[in-house]
Design a protein around this ligand. Structure first.
Ligand SMILES: *Cc1c(COP(=O)(O)O)cnc(C)c1O
Length: 368
């Protein structure tokens, strides 16, 4: 937290606006609209809730197919299952680690050959790195698919100067505790379509009809963000660019200090991309590292009480989605096998970073 957040939370208490509505909710939505340049935003209880409401808005129903990046967090895919639709998972490409446009097209054509049609595609900007949105959008438009852009990890990133969170027909953000900025828990749905965002607000507050009594003609959800959380969010927006700078500093430090270790490489930042570098991720290829694996490094760090974590386990490898169709050629599997997220908090000191680097180098030198 910065210094602004508590002031705004105090204001919420002083004015007794504690409910899932109030001036900070409206203000946070305006802040998000301004930052992303998207005309409309609804502040919600989580990023997962935002994807759920996005899919409902786009008419996804039982029996439908939804294309989804496999290399992601389960929050991207679970809402497909909530609706009784089938997720169709698509592999990543090796430059951005995000959805491969060629694999996407293959999936669409193969579904067509089986007489099936997907309605929606969910690309993700994983670890804050923008996906190939130009190519993905071109494929989606050609096949008449809506895009739900999962920018949960990418607030503060840009592609060709345009903010992540502004590329989808509907885009979603997360403010969960681990994200680049947080409201303790929260999310948002953004779109240039006022009617979709208005409908999300309606559904997120139990779908109350206009009447003096409580009346419901549709199933609703309790998904609205509270005024207290939105107060935190407004404060966090004032430090977002500082957080991006801090995360990019972490990444630059690790890259400078570790790049010459054999077999170790970093997630690149392709041309036109500006990543918030939410987490610093490395790949350790045992064929070029003298047999050192990401587990060698993870366990060595763990023994020093330093937490690191394998990259996201692809959705098509998850027990819960074992039966879902998958189109790929091994990229996400390889990333999961060889990848590690290094400590990446915005508040890491130079000392902390030095300590992590020293332990990784020690793990390398202890190995032979
Ligand atoms: C965090 C996250 C979500 C879900 O957001 P919550 O606010 O935790 O529900 C969705 N997709 C990705 C890629 C995420 O990292």
């Amino acid at each position: 937290m910065g210094s602004e957040e508590f002031e705004r939370v105090r204001e919420a208490f002083d004015t007794n606006w504690i409910a899932p509505l109030g001036p900070h909710v409206d203000g946070f939505e305006s802040d998000l609209q301004e930052y992303t340049g998207v005309a409309h935003a609804a502040a919600l209880s989580s990023g997962t809730a935002a994807i759920h409401l996005a899919l409902i808005n786009l008419g996804v129903q039982r029996g439908d197919y939804v294309l989804c990046q496999s290399f992601t967090f389960s929050g991207s895919a679970n809402p497909i299952a909530y609706l009784g639709a089938t997720p169709v998972f698509v592999d990543s490409e090796p430059d951005s680690w995000n959805m491969c446009p060629a694999a996407l097209e293959r999936a669409i054509l193969d579904l067509q050959a089986q007489g099936k049609r997907a309605k929606v595609v969910i690309p993700v900007h994983l670890y804050g790195m923008p996906a190939c949105m130009t190519a993905i959008t071109e494929v989606a438009r050609r096949h008449d698919l809506y895009i739900v852009e999962d920018a949960a990890e990418a607030l503060g990133s840009t592609l060709d100067g345009k903010p992540c969170g502004s590329f989808g027909d509907i885009s979603i953000l997360s403010f969960n505790g681990n994200k680049i900025i947080t409201t303790s828990g929260g999310g948002a749905m953004l779109s240039k379509r006022a009617d979709w965002v208005q409908h999300a607000r309606f559904l997120s507050t139990q779908a109350r009809d206009t009447a003096p009594h409580y009346q419901h003609s549709q199933i609703g959800y309790n998904y609205r963000m509270s005024n207290v959380c939105a107060a935190i969010g407004r404060g966090q927006m004032t430090v977002l660019n500082d957080r991006v700078e801090a995360r990019r500093r972490n990444h630059a430090y690790y890259e400078q200090s570790l790049s010459d270790l054999p077999g170790l490489s970093f997630l690149p930042e392709p041309d036109g991309c500006f990543s918030n570098r939410w987490l610093t991720c490395v790949l350790i290829d045992p064929e070029h590292s003298g047999g050192i694996t990401r587990e060698t490094v993870r366990l060595a760090l763990d023994a020093q009480n330093i937490e690191s974590r394998p990259l996201w386990k692809p959705m098509h490898m998850q027990p819960i989605f074992a039966d879902a169709p998958y189109y790929g050629n091994g990229t996400s599997e390889r990333l999961f096998m060889n990848g590690l997220c290094l400590p990446s908090g915005s508040n890491l000191s130079e000392n902390d970073l030095q300590r992590v680097v020293k332990q990784i180098k020690t793990a390398y030198s202890n190995h032979d």
